[in-house]
Design a protein around this ligand. Sequence first.
Ligand SMILES: [Zn+2]
Ligand SMILES: [Zn+2]
Length: 562
Amino acid sequence: MPDLPSRAPEAPARVVFLGGVGEVGRNMACVELEGRVLIVDVGLSFPTHDQPGVDLVLPDFEYVRGRREDVEAVVLTHGHEDHIGALPYLLREFPDRVLPVYGTPFTLALLEGKLEEHGVRDRAELRTVTPGEGASIGPFSMRFMRVTHSIPDGMAVAIDTPYGSILHTGDFKIDQTPLDGRPTDLHALAEEAGRGVHLLLSDSTNAEEAGYTASERSVGPVLTDIVARAPQLVVVACFSSHIHRIQQVVNAARANERVVVFLGRSMHQSVAAARRLGLLSVPDEDVLPVEALASFDPARVVVICTGSQGEPLSALSLMAAREHKWVRLREGDVVVLSSSLIPGNEPAIHRVIDGLYRTGADVYHVPAAPVHASGHAAAEELRLMLSLVRPRWFVPIHGERRHLAHHAKLATEVGIPPERVLICEDGDVLEVGEKVELAGRVPAGMTFVDGLGIGDVGEVVLRDRRKLAGEGVVVVVVAIDAHHGQLISGPDIVNRGFVFEQAAGDILEAARERVRLSLRESAEAEVTDPGVLEQNIRRVLGRYFYEATQRKPVILPVILEV
Ligand SMILES: [Zn+2]
Ligand SMILES: [Zn+2]
């Protein structure tokens, strides 16, 4: 049973971290007041190479499941997958309720498409909020503040407690010259500080980076220059939700009398939502449908697509493999990867970049070319946030352990006493009273989505998959007499990924002989139980294969009793 700390009367508020603290991705936290629960963000993450076959990784919903009746609402800080991606799965946990979900227009526009795809649109009541305003539900009274980030419409949220507010920054940078002219609302943050911020939870992603993150605007001239000098087709890959980046690519195209082609489903959805909300300005006459590309002068086109993280089957990966239906890259074409290399994705990205170079195209990417600016605050901006907000207590969030440690150090450097800076991990429960302290743990493991299954693939299955991938599998089929245990036919040995059958006939023949011997010994000892026979075969073959090959394939005996 999880260790669920009881609420002391003098500590009416709690914060429970269910994801994103000690890892990058699947951000989710519960803020609790008077026994009620407000969920901040419900994100997902993508599997690492040691999670073969896994499609998505969700937060563990067990804790929320136990508090189902207490959940008031969900607040979404912005529309990135690591903040909204798991919400459709969470809503399935509330089959008989309609959950209020607060977010800005662009966040909710992206969410709505996802909810429809998952068939859970009717489980959520979307409540649009405007940064600068507030909202109340149950015991929660919230204020929303605009922040700049690599997606439009991001916000921080302050939630009142009897001791002052809990301020959750969401993902942010302090961009003084954002493309939409709507900077991080320092004034509102200062006002919040004036009211008294009891606990600050702040984005740690770039805590290791010194100085300030470059303004999004700095990328525009670089892109315009690349497009101006390109003799033929230009392809720019970026995140589909990075509307301000897309705007700058569109501007660069227009400045060079080129039209744009949008490629990819998520790109089309995101661009359509942003245009509808007035966040992206692209004249219709500037947009060329991809089907018209073949009959158009490539020197008059910029293709904007997804795939900057090396995702298989994305437009960019297909171009790198020369398998894209509409875009055939050739010598003189230019490809720009206008995004960061998200840790863990490097091998896939590098493979795509290598493929792009092989087509003869010229490729621009970070760090070699300044074609990207991060959406997260670097050390000086984090210090500014801390100094501006002056929280009594501080917990760094949104980062791996080293990011959190760096951020904690920044906090003590600006004068927050070390004993008031807490480094937490997923599953930690904080009691927020006069003091903020660690008060227990709740389950916060990973829930894997694989195909239609949610949570049915666990560590045991993954261990098998890693073993199958690493050592292969050997299937041994024998038919035995049900009464006496004598071998009637076989053993037939089939292997996949262990040895090449035609080259390793000796090994497999010797293996067959050992199985025969093992079965004969069992029959003589009057052992006929199939479970025991399987175990014997597994042991005998395991030992032999290791001696002969120094490998440990998965051995699957199949015993047919006739
Ligand atoms: Zn994030
Ligand atoms: Zn984000």
